[in-house]
Write a protein of this length. Structure first.
Length: 305
């Protein structure tokens, strides 16, 4: 394959849309791709952890049997923090007012993060501290107090950092007003870590892949999602999430120009509407998205030959 090494992998967030990303990743691995550096946020961090532990072959079965109750367990909670978002996806009054309201509502979360902890402790932690692959892994969350991405690095194992491995993964998935933040004490100061897709005074960039010859970036959104309009009771939340994810993908991809080693950067995005939303943790829908991801990966690899 026409890949200059070392090879990096960046995995974007997207909740249930990550079933598509899982399909892409699982197929890429099946077709022989190996990665030296992996980074991800939100569901991307979980898929990245699966790669580190050589468990991508299990992802299809997990998504096929997925049920909303396995992820979303209603348990309201208050956290004394203020998100204070810095960037907006547009500058009109209603957008700004919506983000102002979200800042206030972010102190409240609707669902418990314990199902995610239980799943990860059972699926990954019991495999031991050492990764099954020789890979450096970055789990990206957002530190509310710093208004900056918080990047937890794990070099070949789950140890060595100020934040435990599973905590780093759960924090990366802590969507404000949905899941509670993970509190980290770093050098005597407490930080609230939330979903890595949150934008503060700076966004995630691809500088962590400095030295790589190739970077493969797998997004869960399409360019059309910048103008996505959701329907139904949760339509507003879906609209906001999809637009933010699409904007995040653009910002991260644009940052490739700042990598001094100038790697070849390949962006893989869904070729069609996946037919599910960020919070549609329905096994049948997720299995279909997973299959679409497998086909996209197969097409991508054929293009490389």
């Amino acid at each position: 394959m026409k890949l200059n090494k070392p090879v990096g992998l960046f995995l974007c967030g997207g909740g249930a849309l990550g079933s598509w990303q899982s399909g892409v990743l699982a197929k890429l691995v099946d077709l022989g791709l190996d990665f030296d550096v992996v980074a991800g946020f939100s569901i991307g961090s979980l898929n990245g952890a699966a790669y580190c532990y050589n468990k991508t072959g299990e992802l299809g079965g997990i998504w096929r049997t997925m049920k909303p109750g396995a992820v979303l367990k209603f348990r309201p909670r208050y956290s004394n923090m203020s998100l204070e978002l810095y960037q907006h996806y547009n500058d009109d009054f209603f957008s700004k007012a919506g983000f102002f309201l979200q800042d206030r509502l972010a102190k409240f979360s609707l669902f418990s993060n314990m199902p995610i902890y239980s799943f990860l402790n059972g699926w990954l932690s019991r495999s031991g501290a050492a990764f099954k692959r020789n890979v450096k892994f970055y789990a990206i969350s957002h530190a509310v107090e710093m208004k900056l991405p918080y990047i937890a690095c794990f070099d070949g194992s789950t140890g060595g950092g100020p934040v435990p491995f599973v905590d780093a993964l759960v924090a990366s998935c802590a969507i404000p007003s949905v899941f509670p933040p993970v509190v980290l004490n770093d050098h005597g100061r407490n930080y609230h870590l939330v979903d890595g897709g949150v934008m503060g005074i700076a966004t995630i960039n691809l500088n962590i892949f400095e030295g790589c010859g190739t970077v493969i970036m797998i997004s869960n959104t399409r360019p059309e999602d910048l103008n996505f309009t959701g329907k139904g009771f949760f339509g507003h939340r879906e609209t906001k999430a999809r637009r933010m994810l699409a904007l995040h993908t653009d910002k991260v991809y644009e940052s490739r120009i700042f990598i001094k080693s100038k790697p070849d950067v390949h962006l893989i995005q869904p070729p069609e509407n996946l037919g599910l939303g960020v919070f549609d943790f329905e096994g049948e829908k997720c299995a279909r998205a997973f299959a679409i991801g497998e086909k996209a990966a197969d097409k991508f690899v054929k293009h490389l030959h």
